[in-house]
Design a protein around this ligand. Structure first.
Ligand code: PAF
Length: 279
């Protein structure tokens, strides 16, 4: 495994790989890797000849300065995990390498990026589109792998590659969960032991809501989920929306879409957790 920090060097390595007709798979990350990331790396390895993983905490997607400053940076540990997982190239650039000058691009992806996370975290998806497009230009992957925990992010990235005509296949991979159902996230380590015990209520309620949904309206399912989670002290639903899984538009009736997905964000104490479920 090679660890590379310059775009030029990375491009040189990958150009040599492509001369042998090799397919390049790519997993973009912000580091602090867990089993969810490693499942993406595994899938990437299975479906490509070369596996590239980027580790870069992207400043432009943080709308909260404190969140950016305190984001865990564990490159040595991440590299050790990636080596074991069979990654070929770790791309770990500096901020100066990725942003030699400010990125002034402003994207408009319509509803896909305007609702849910987009409405609550102004500028977040614009920053994601900036960095992921730059990473795609650097790596030029055949396929790129993203976890479905960040369900809306995948829709934004699909819209971005379509708009910028970047020839890459976006592969959405299932959420990896703890044994008690909690979706893996780099933020889980911030939960106190008590909050960690309570947090699986989110996944449990979403799962139960699928059974509950039979014969119920969309609004009844929303109320069921929100009321159950909010009934737990120290947990507060920021939003729960049932949307069309392609457009992210909220549905009023089940017949509005063939692909209904419930997307939730919950504060467990101060920790913001997200999850989703397909109906
Ligand atoms: O999902 C993430 O970790 C980040 O948003 C991504 C896609 C690596 C871009 O910085």
């Amino acid at each position: 495994m090679k660890t590379v920090s310059s775009i030029q060097e990375l491009k040189a390595y990958l150009a040599a790989e492509r001369q042998d007709n090799k397919q390049v798979g790519f997993v973009p990350t912000m580091g602090a890797l867990h089993a969810g990331h490693l499942s993406l790396v595994k899938r990437c390895r299975e479906e490509n000849d070369v596996c590239v993983v980027s580790v870069f905490v992207n400043p432009t997607q943080f709308n909260d300065k404190h969140d950016l400053e305190t984001y865990p940076r564990t490159l040595d540990k991440d590299c050790a995990l990636l080596e074991t997982a069979g990654c070929d190239y770790v791309f770990a650039p500096s901020v100066e390498e990725m942003y030699p000058e400010p990125d002034t691009r402003t994207f408009d992806f319509g509803t896909v990026s305007a609702v849910m996370e987009g409405a609550r975290r102004p500028g977040h998806f614009n920053g994601v589109a900036q960095i992921v497009s730059k990473l795609f230009y650097a790596v030029e992957p055949n396929r790129a792998y993203f976890g479905e925990k960040d369900f809306q992010q995948i829709a934004v990235i699909r819209a971005m590659v379509k708009q910028l005509q970047i020839p890459v296949e976006i592969v959405a991979c299932p959420i990896v969960r703890e044994a008690d159902g909690l979706a893996l996230s780099s933020r889980n380590v911030r939960l106190t032991p008590e909050q960690r015990q309570k947090a699986p209520l989110i996944a449990r309620t979403l799962k139960e809501s699928v059974t509950f949904a039979a014969g119920k309206s969309v609004q009844e399912v929303i109320d069921y989920v929100v009321n159950r989670i909010n009934a737990e002290p120290d947990m507060r639903v920021e939003y729960f929306e049932i949307v069309d899984g392609n457009t992210m538009e909220a549905i009023g009736q089940w017949t509005d879409t063939t692909y209904p997905v419930g997307c939730i964000t919950v504060y467990c104490g101060e920790v913001r957790l997200i999850d989703n479920i397909k109906y």
